[in-house]
Design a protein around this ligand. Structure first.
Ligand SMILES: *Cc1c(COP(=O)(O)O)cnc(C)c1O
Length: 355
């Protein structure tokens, strides 16, 4: 039996999206492809409230994270670390021979704007990396306040991993002044894994021009050259692009504000459920994620037992990430998951807890 995915990626994919992936194949240098690509890109721009270049990458999100580090850092990057994925940014910087400092806070906490200001004041950095929605801890960064700080440092490239919230929350890229914002489509976009998207500012593109060793697969200048013809340098997953184009249309049909509101409601519902059952949130008050709830397992049940129970109902949630494996459990409420799905899931979890 198929288990409905309440894990923070991949998320549940609707049948009509899977069907869009089965569209008969075309060549990636055909005019039909250029048309499809242009259509998709323009929709993603609308989703992100931006006129920036949109890269569509046949890779997972991590590929574009590496691309950003390679193309946008020449001096030293400040990596804001408050969980597993923000740590990954720093590891990618190191693996690519970049100078990196970690601005680290305890897992479950958010990195605050004034901490970033303190660090950037030193003038040591030409880029900063941030995870908007830390999937390992359920923490959502205070992005508007951080963006305000970033406006004081126009020479610093602002790189944001929005992997597990893009298409689930409002990210006004141009207004916020984000230079690189990226995501994989297997999370709040609710597509099968294998494609990633990013919006890249003019400033980031200019930066790439002065950087040596940008790599080959993720060279922003080459990607831009092809983007200008509505194409990609290498053969993309055309099937994914068909699915993304369809999903974007469906998203606009729902309405962006409705979609973002739905995510907030599901998150609130999940947090209230947790609170009423005597659980506490792992994420800091005021910084809870709208797409994934990370809940302290204060009752100490075995998460494997819960999932074995849920499997019989046809559902699955996630245990904690890494060191938090048994200490927390995570419930994703993102993508095309509806409130009715959440009600059903939490009803089943209640049934498990009452045993
Ligand atoms: C899932 C996730 C990633 C990694 O994405 P891949 O598509 O597996 O490379 C990075 N950052 C965050 C916040 C994530 O949730």
């Amino acid at each position: 039996m198929h288990k409905r995915l309440f894990i923070p990626g991949p998320t549940e994919v609707r049948k009509s999206i899977l069907e869009a992936m089965a569209t008969p194949m075309i060549g990636h240098r055909f005019p039909e492809f250029d048309e499809l690509f242009k259509s998709t890109v323009e929709k993603v721009q609308k989703l992100l409230y931006t006129k920036n270049v949109i890269f569509v990458s046949t890779s997972s999100s991590t590929g574009l994270m590496e691309g950003a580090m390679r193309n946008c850092v020449s001096k030293r990057v400040l990596s804001c670390v408050n969980g597993a994925f923000s740590k990954r940014w720093a590891q990618i910087a190191e693996a690519n021979g970049k100078e990196v400092d970690r601005l680290e806070v305890e897992w479950g906490k958010a990195v605050k704007p004034e901490m970033i200001d303190e660090k950037l004041k030193t003038g040591k950095y030409d880029a900063i990396s941030l995870v908007l929605n830390e999937t390992s801890t359920g923490v959502y960064a205070p992005i508007a306040e951080i963006a305000e700080v970033m406006k004081k440092y126009p020479d610093v490239i602002f790189m944001v991993d929005a992997v597990s919230c893009m298409a689930g929350t409002k990210i006004e890229v141009d207004k916020l002044g984000i230079d690189v914002v990226l995501a994989g489509v297997q999370k709040a976009f609710a597509l099968p894994p294998g494609l990633a998207v990013a919006a890249i500012s003019k400033k980031a593109m200019e930066k790439a021009k002065i950087i040596k060793n940008r790599g080959y697969y993720f060279d922003f200048l080459v990607m831009k050259k092809y983007y200008d013809k509505w194409e990609t340098p290498a053969t993309p997953s055309i099937s994914h692009i068909y699915a993304l184009d369809k999903q974007m249309s469906d998203i606009f049909e729902e309405g962006l504000d409705n979609r973002f509101k739905r995510h907030l409601k599901m998150a609130e519902y999940t947090r209230n459920w947790a609170k009423e059952r005597g659980f506490t949130m792992f994420s800091e008050e005021g910084h809870h994620s709208p797409t994934v709830s990370c809940i302290n397992n204060t009752k100490g049940f075995k998460i494997g037992d819960l999932n074995a129970f849920l499997a019989k109902k046809g559902a699955v949630i996630s245990n904690g990430y890494g060191i938090l494996k048994e200490k927390t459990f995570r419930i994703a409420h993102m993508g095309d998951t509806q409130m009715s799905n959440m009600e059903e899931l939490l009803y089943w979890i209640d049934e498990f807890l009452s045993k």
